[in-house]
Write a protein that binds this ligand. Structure first.
Ligand code: ZN
Length: 239
């Protein structure tokens, strides 16, 4: 088999490898996008959850206030019932003062409860917004996820086919050359390149004139001393 034929087989192999590489690179965007969707969804979920927690806190605070108001009112009622039993003016005045303090406390508590109720209304509005946003994201991301997983499926099918093709192409090529080619390709993405005007097209280094002469003779396949790719003079591949 001539050098030219062996090179053509390597080039065929590399063309399949480059297609596989391109597909794999395209595929890298999908998991990244999925992670972004997860993060956005997580943030929307956390925002809704935070409002729900604020509402629960508010409701508990209102229940506590209600309980305080009830107990304060009970106390006032008991004291009012006892007013008539007071023997002296001093005792009466003292209890009346307690009742007064308690009634003022009730008024304060009721004011506080009103403020809490207003806050609750604001929280409910915010919660509704956050939940709507979450649903919007869930619906949107479900559609995009389906699209992404379809793309992943198509892509892995294509890669599988190309890998089968690669195995066939590799079988036809010189096994020793293929293994040398593979070592460089795995590191650099390509394993065999042309030399044009004395320049390696893989790494753009100028080759020593002696090596250029050897390549031009077309008798052997050489390495680039700089990038270690398999090289050949472009002109020997011309028909
Ligand atoms: Zn090179």
């Amino acid at each position: 088999m001539s050098v030219k034929e062996r090179l053509k087989e390597l080039e065929a192999l590399q063309s399949v490898d480059l297609q596989i590489l391109e597909l794999q690179k395209a595929g890298e965007a999908y998991p990244k996008r999925l992670a972004e969707l997860d993060a956005e969804l997580g943030a929307a979920r956390a925002a809704a959850e935070a409002e729900r927690a604020r509402l629960a806190d508010n409701e508990k605070a209102r229940r506590d206030k209600d309980a305080e108001i009830t107990s304060e009112k009970d106390k006032t009622k008991k004291w009012e019932a006892r007013l008539a039993e007071m023997r002296t003016t001093r005792e009466y005045a003292a209890l009346a003062r307690e009742i007064d303090i308690s009634k003022k406390a009730i008024l304060n508590l009721e004011e506080e409860n009103k403020a809490l109720l207003e806050t609750a209304i604001a929280i409910k509005t915010a919660l509704a917004d956050k939940e709507a946003e979450l649903r919007r994201r869930e619906d949107g991301s479900a559609a995009e996820r389906a699209e992404l997983s379809e793309k992943v499926g198509t892509l892995s099918g294509q890669v599988r086919e190309l890998n089968e093709k690669r195995a066939e192409v590799a079988k036809a090529a010189d096994p020793e050359l293929v293994s040398r080619y593979d070592v460089v390709r795995k590191k650099r993405g390509s394993g065999v390149v042309a030399v044009v005007n004395g320049i390696c097209k893989g790494c753009n280094m100028r080759l020593p004139p002696q090596l250029q002469n050897i390549l031009r003779s077309g008798a052997t396949i050489e390495y680039c001393p700089s990038c270690l790719r398999l090289i050949y003079a472009a002109e020997i591949m011309k028909d």
